[in-house]
Write a new protein. Structure first.
Length: 270
């Protein structure tokens, strides 16, 4: 997770309206230090986090996560919570050049409408009203920032057919809005949506792959995998390769969204 530190510091400095030289003056260090922080070649000391947070106006939450990463930077394994992973993926979505998302049971988060979030996701994950509202605000912010990227990433969304069939349980207006959003996103440059049969063995676990592509500020290639009792961001080369190969093999079996709707779910288009 060292890359998260570099991207966070770069984005926070820019948001604060500071050049690298101005930031260095604030911290009393050489501009090269800021440069190497943002390249991920050097890292601040945990004791410097409080000054960084004040200068860059980081939230208390981000300050605590930054301190946690720096304190564990010698470790190969960092145990983190779901909220930290959400912040991590939000950063990856803004900087990665290639993104692959496989979701067998639900519409992927970047493609969800507000009604889908509250009527389906809230129920599926047994969220309270407060947590569901917080989750939607964070998710909507991620959607808007991803859409506004100057250089859009190449995105492949692979959705299980059960997620599509599940839309039939929603009201006509809610279903229509969600399907229209899927169709609109599928027409965006460098975005492709396919649907795959969910019953295929070994494909019931959601996962995402983030790759640098041509982005100069991207993190290294990593996998985000959701499992029964938690989730992990995986950077280990062998596992990354296995997930990547499996994802592309599954992608070849996917049916383009419009073709799937016309052949199997014409009622969803009504």
């Amino acid at each position: 997770m060292q890359w998260f530190v570099a991207i966070l510091l770069r984005d926070a400095r820019i948001a604060a309206g500071l050049t690298q030289a101005e930031a260095a003056q604030e911290f009393g260090c050489h501009p090269h230090t800021i440069y190497y922080w943002e390249k991920g070649e050097r890292h601040p000391r945990p004791s410097e986090v409080f000054q960084i947070a004040d200068t860059y106006r980081l939230s208390e939450e981000l300050k605590n996560y930054l301190k946690m990463i720096l304190e564990h930077r010698g470790s190969k394994l960092l145990q983190a919570d779901a909220r930290f992973h959400a912040l991590t993926l939000a950063k990856a979505e803004l900087h990665s050049g290639v993104i692959f998302k496989y979701e067998p049971h639900l519409i992927p988060g970047p493609l969800q409408t507000r009604d889908y979030h509250f009527l389906v996701l809230k129920v599926a994950e047994k969220l309270t009203d407060f947590v569901a509202q917080q989750g939607w605000e964070f998710k909507f912010d991620r959607q808007m920032k991803l859409r506004k990227r100057k250089r859009r990433p190449k995105i492949q969304y692979l959705i299980g057919d059960s997620a599509m069939y599940g839309l039939r349980r929603l009201s006509d207006s809610v279903r229509r809005e969600q399907v229209n959003k899927l169709l609109q996103e599928s027409e965006q440059p460098d975005t492709d949506l396919r649907v795959i049969a969910e019953y295929l063995p070994g494909r019931n676990t959601p996962f995402s792959i983030y790759e640098p592509g041509e982005s100069k500020t991207a993190p290294p290639t990593f996998i985000y995998s959701e499992i029964l009792h938690g989730s992990w961001c995986i950077e280990e080369d062998t596992l990354v390769s296995l997930y990547h190969d499996a994802g592309q093999a599954m992608w070849q079996l996917g049916i383009p969204l419009k073709e799937f709707l016309n052949e199997y779910c014409r009622d969803l288009l009504a």
